[in-house]
Structure formats: structure tokens, C-alpha cells
Design a protein around this ligand. Sequence first.
Ligand code: SAM
Ligand code: 2KA
Ligand code: SF4
Ligand code: MG
Length: 210
Amino acid sequence: MLEKQTMDLVDKGLMLPLMEEFYTIQGEGYYKGTAAYFIRVGGCDVGCHWCDVKESWDAEKHPPTAIDVIVENAAKYSDTIVITGGEPLTWDMGPLTQALKAKGMKTHIETSGAYTVSGQWDWFCLSPKKNKLPVPAAHTAAQELKIIVYNKHDLKFAEEQAALVGKDCILYLQPEWSVRDKVVPMIVDYVMAHPKWKVSLQTHKYLNIP
Ligand SMILES: C[S@@+](CC[C@H](N)C(=O)[O-])C[C@H]1O[C@@H](n2cnc3c(N)ncnc32)[C@H](O)[C@@H]1O
Ligand SMILES: Nc1nc2[nH]cc(C(=O)O)c2c(=O)[nH]1
Ligand code: SF4
Ligand SMILES: [Mg+2]
């Protein structure tokens, strides 16, 4: 159990359970290929069976960390900061994003959109999940929609989600990593038949970088 004072600071978004931070290349989606500093916040209740960071789920396993410390560190590495998790919108992202932007950094989020949208974002990547659908504000905020394709039904889900985002939102289909050999041909055929979609690959996994 955390102390009450720490819990209050986490509630206010002034401390966050920090799983890891790393400077790497954004592997996925619109900013693929761009150097960025990643902040991975612990805690997620969405429960995707194929999630590639299940160690992030239990917030209590990750130390509550003052956002000032996180921001000071991030500023040393990059002016493009990707906040991911876990599910970052589990927490109030207002104070962290405000502090990053005050230092001139660009804030990007990777989110399922399942919880209240908080924070100020320069780039909002929405990756909806069937078991906990995005809130309407997440569809409105999405600049990039990234659907993970595990089976054929995910293409139907992709179209349902695409109908809910703005007209300028960029649409991606990304293979679920463990079944990539099976689903890549399906995605390729689908994108050629429905060219409003683009392919997104987890290129960092091919490059063997974090
Ligand atoms: C680990 S999640 C963390 C952020 C947030 N919880 C979310 O799901 O968007 C980061 C990104 O990785 C994607 N992802 C997670 N596991 C994956 C897998 N096995 N194959 C492909 N993409 C995956 C998610 O859909 C999301 O776009
Ligand atoms: N290089 C790299 N790019 C990524 N894009 C989204 C990621 C994530 O886990 O949110 C991720 C990640 O874990 N590593
Ligand atoms: S929402 Fe994101 S972090 Fe949570 S289980 Fe799904 S992929 Fe993993
Ligand atoms: Mg990842």
C-alpha cells in the first residue's frame, strides 16, 4: 500500500507509476523512424490477451515518480516525447504534458482511449480495443487510428472505429506480432482493396531496438 500523501499526488497527476523510460526510434505509425524519448507509465485494466508489455499492467509494481524528475530527464534526450504504458489515460496526464510543453517538448500519446482523455497532446495515436472501447473524446482527439489485427474480424472492427474518428485521421492496420506471418498477407490485400488504410509495422522489433 502506498502512503496517503503519495496516493494524493498520483491522483493529481503530480506523480506517476513509472515503469521505464528509453530513448529510441518510434517504430510504429505516422512518426515511424523518428527519434523519440519514451515514457512508459504503469497501470492498465484493458487486458488485451496479446499485449506485448503485460509487466506494465500492475501499477503497484512501478514506483510513483515525481513528474518534475521525469520531465528533467526527458529534456536531456529529445524534444519528441512519447507517453505510453500501460494505459497512460489511467492517470491525469494534465500536469505531465503541461510541464513537457512548457520546456518546448512535443507530446505524443499511445492510448487505447478507454478512459477520460486528459493532457495536452501534439500527437494522439488511438489504438482501440474491443474489450474496452474508446470514450467519444478519444475518437475526437485521434490524429492516428492504429488497429491491431489478430484475426479477420479485426478488419470489421477497424471499419467500425474508422467511422467514429475525424476525416483527417490517418488510418493504420498493424499486425499483432505473434501472428504476423499469418495476418500480413490479409492486411496487404485489404489495404490494396481499401486504400484509405495504410500498413503499420512494429519496425523497432525488426531493428532489435526497444
Ligand atoms: C503496449 S500499448 C500501450 C499504450 C496503450 N495501452 C495502447 O494499447 O494503445 C502500445 C501500442 O502497442 C500496440 N501493441 C501492443 N501489443 C501488441 C502486439 N502484440 N502486436 C502489435 N501491436 C501491439 C498497442 O495496440 C498500442 O498501439
Ligand atoms: N520503438 C518503439 N516504438 C513504439 N511505438 C509504440 C510503442 C509502445 O509500446 O507504445 C513503442 C515501443 O515500445 N518501442
Ligand atoms: S490497452 Fe495497451 S497496455 Fe493495456 S493491455 Fe491492451 S495493449 Fe496492453
Ligand atoms: Mg511497444
